[in-house]
Ligand binder design. Structure first.
Ligand code: ATP
Ligand code: MG
Length: 450
């Protein structure tokens, strides 16, 4: 295991001070899988007071003394150190009413959620009482101990289970999945923000459709986005749509870039369709006005899950507009002015994913049309004359890099460059602008553009 030296140093210091100390949880799981851990957790038989004494020369934050956790910061890296503990009774389905310090790693590991997260490493040997390494090799998420009881203790584990399945690409053990589904109603005890964070991680995983489908089939969305449930299995009766609403949505989510705003907009783009269904005289299904209804529902759902105002506004605008395609240059210019170039590019990505998830022949035809429209829009944007500092091909950091001192001088130089570019838009490229700085004698060393 390629453990960073700072982390090893903490482990060694605790051990040489006469304590048992282990890396534990996600970081050991990630090491076993050959992934780079996002954070490091250490556990030890030293009490928090002892940990503070051992690291008296380092910066120590009392993160959660009641739960036995302190954070030691070495070389700027924060590491959580938690005293071996056992959880008391869970009365509210989210946290233990008390905790008790225990003496051994084996006793600590029993409280952890899944076998893959219940492995410890002391820098020398692995402690794996629940077969976590075997489950990692098999790619299986399985509860430590009795699954039904574990989800009953803390319902957030239901969302964590789906998150690990999505992020690691693992299967869920059937008994673990059934127990999670049977306990899904307990999610109402969990803070919306915590559910949202897990949902975000699921959505931004490489290919979320598989896990989202399992969640839909097991009624998990009933507990936090019940509006998605009616999309499940909803046949669209339309030659452009070979899949149900939910399958179309899930495919669009897979197709789009794994960036949160885009994944959210793909997830919500057709969520209002079940409310808009109608059939024409030929029995063909239509969903008139569904983008607007979906946009309204998106706002409502995202507010409920406490997304930020900026996230809600951005996703809603994308969902609202996802049926809009400009047909001529005038409409394109209007759309650019309306959304701004950046948001418009995201809208085109949403549109591309939406189209890719249609019946293949329709997808091909619309895909070609979209590519042509995109090319034209990009052409218009590139030919638009710069009018604000943000349109310049360089920014303040570029000026700092070439030796212009921080402060007033940077703003003055940028304003000067913008004036020059408004006079002559051809000057708006990086090399030319840096050269302009030199001839104005503000930069120290810049070579002229070729
Ligand atoms: P990540 O890669 O997101 O950091 P992680 O598994 O390390 O994943 P953390 O939230 O950092 O997750 O938690 C560290 C460890 O603490 C977990 O691996 C697990 O052993 C334990 N743990 C965390 N949350 C719970 C929980 N709700 N119930 C039981 N054990 C938990
Ligand atoms: Mg972690």
């Amino acid at each position: 295991m390629n453990i960073p030296v700072q982390i090893l140093a903490i482990l060694n210091k605790l051990q040489s001070s006469g304590h048992n100390a282990y890396l534990v949880g996600g970081c050991v799981r990630d090491f076993v899988m050959g992934r780079i851990p996002s954070d490091y957790d250490i556990c030890t038989d030293a009490t928090p007071c002892r940990v503070k004494a051992v690291f008296s020369k380092e910066r120590v934050i009392e993160t959660g003394l009641r739960h036995g956790t302190v954070t030691v910061i070495t070389d700027g890296i924060p590491v959580e150190i938690t005293t071996f503990r056992k959880d008391g009774d869970y009365t509210d389905h989210r946290r233990p009413s008390s905790i008790e310090f225990v003496k051994t790693i084996e006793a600590d590991i029993e409280r952890r959620d899944f076998t893959i997260n219940a492995i410890a490493y002391d820098g020398n040997k692995i402690t794996d009482p629940f077969g976590g390494e075997g489950d990692i090799a098999a790619g299986v998420i399985r509860c430590v101990g009795n699954a039904r009881r574990r989800f009953g203790e803390d319902a957030l584990r239901i969302m964590r289970m789906f998150r690990f399945a999505a992020v690691l690409g693992f299967d869920i053990d059937p008994d673990t999945l059934k127990s999670a589904a049977d306990n899904k109603g307990l999610l109402k005890n969990i803070a919306k923000e915590r559910i949202r964070e897990e949902f975000n991680k699921i959505l931004t995983s490489p290919q979320p459709s598989g896990v989202l489908r399992i969640m839909l089939d097991n009624g998990i969305f009933d507990e936090f986005i019940p509006e998605f449930t009616p999309c499940g299995g909803f046949v669209q009766n339309n030659p452009h749509h070979c899949s149900t609403i939910s399958e179309h949505i899930l495919n669009a989510v897979d197709y789009i870039r794994p960036e949160l705003i885009l994944r959210l907009s793909a997830f919500f783009h057709d969520i209002g369709k079940p409310r808009c269904y109608g059939e024409d005289d030929n029995g063909i299904g239509h969903f008139f006005g569904h983008s607007k209804i979906s946009g309204e529902m998106t706002s409502k759902i995202m507010k409920r899950l406490r997304y930020s105002r900026k996230e809600i506004t951005t996703v809603r605008r994308l969902v609202d507009r996802h049926m809009t395609l400009p047909e001529n240059q005038k409409q394109m210019r209007k759309l650019i002015a309306d959304l701004g170039p950046d948001l418009l590019m995201l809208l085109l990505e949403l549109k591309a994913a939406d189209i890719s998830a249609l019946t293949p022949s329709t997808a091909q035809k619309y895909g070609r049309e979209l590519a042509a429209i995109k090319k034209e829009i990009v052409g218009i944007i590139e030919s638009m004359p710069p009018v604000t500092l943000g349109d310049l091909a360089i920014n303040g950091k570029d000026l700092l890099d070439i030796g212009i001192p921080q402060g007033k001088k940077i703003g003055e130089t940028l304003s000067y460059l913008l004036e020059r570019v408004i006079d002559d838009p051809q000057l708006n490229n990086r090399e030319e602008l840096l050269y302009q700085c030199r001839i104005k004698n503000v930069a120290l060393s810049v070579t002229p553009p070729a």
